[in-house]
Design a protein around this ligand. Structure first.
Ligand SMILES: [Zn+2]
Length: 296
């Protein structure tokens, strides 16, 4: 075991932190983790997560849905229904952001390959990286996709992609700055970086506090709000061009949070708070449970 120690805020380089909240890993270990806050910019991070070599054991759950394809349980069933809708929406977003109908795409942390397959089916030349060997095997068997190991990211040619996407992946990456720097190098001059992450400034995050499912400690190392994401992009030479909502995440995360909270009427309450989060995000995109950031 070795703690992944954070000495400097990745967003503003400040080194003064204060405790923000203590959360439980409801998903795998039931262990508790501290979330710290930068006193300079308000950026939040999991303060006592394991380092890159040792965090693997916190991913060992059959239920970890981004890496599996089971439809057990109601929450998972809803998730799988929604996924097929979201695949099309993500594709259209990439096409709109890049202004291209086909091009070269890199999906970082591609999981089981559903999104890459959607893009490939629509004529895109696709590359992907993924840490989990099981997920890479799944993508190969199911879609015939050759997904690369994580370290291959640093071997791609400069200026070779029209778009790089990270769907709920950036928050898992230990070497945050090194990765962002690499994305900048790998993108063509007009290329777009598209990052989706949970948003702790959302209604559901504020409502569920330590039970908010998208803290997902210790797997989520970094917790971005819209302001910090904008600044973090700028630090690496990107300009934030647009924000987009992920409405289903409001519902999914609220339902899962009710489950973690062991509340009465979890379905009713989860759908209610999901709906509030979604309605608020119609007026203010930066208040959605998860936000998609398009950088140019
Ligand atoms: Zn900071």
């Amino acid at each position: 075991m070795a703690i992944f120690k954070i000495d400097q805020c990745p967003v503003c380089s400040n080194s003064q932190f204060k405790p923000f909240i203590t959360c439980t890993d409801f998903f795998v270990s039931e262990e508790q983790f501290e979330i710290g806050e930068c006193t300079g910019c308000g950026f939040k991070f999991t303060a006592n997560a394991e380092d890159e070599e040792n965090i693997g054991r916190y991913y060992q759950s059959e239920e970890y849905i981004s890496h599996s394809n089971t439809s057990k349980g109601l929450v998972n069933a809803v998730y799988h229904q929604v996924r097929s809708y979201m695949l099309g929406r993500k594709r259209r977003l990439v096409e709109k952001a890049t202004g291209l109908k086909t091009g070269r795409l890199l999906d970082v942390g591609t999981g089981t390959g559903f999104f890459l397959n959607e893009m490939k089916t629509h004529g895109w030349k696709v590359s992907g990286t993924e840490k989990s060997a099981d997920a890479r095997d799944f993508a190969k068997n199911e879609f015939g996709l050759d997904i690369e190991e994580t370290e291959q990211l640093f071997q791609f040619k400069n200026e070779s992609f029209d778009a790089i996407t990270l769907w709920h992946v950036l928050e898992h990456i230990h070497r945050l700055d090194e990765n962002m720097e690499t994305f900048g190098r790998l993108l063509k001059p007009e290329g777009k970086l598209i990052i989706a992450v949970p948003n702790h400034t959302s209604h559901d995050a504020r409502h569920y506090k330590q039970y908010w499912a998208a803290w997902d400690v210790p797997r989520h190392l970094w917790h971005f709000g819209p302001e910090q994401m904008k600044l973090f992009g700028e630090k690496h030479g990107f300009q934030l061009q647009s924000l987009h909502t992920m409405p289903f995440d409001s519902f999914y995360v609220s339902l899962l949070s009710e489950k973690y909270k062991k509340s009465n009427l979890p379905m009713f309450k989860g759908l209610m708070h999901g709906k509030i989060s979604w309605l608020k995000s119609i007026l203010h995109k930066g208040q959605c449970s998860s936000v998609i950031y398009v950088f140019g």
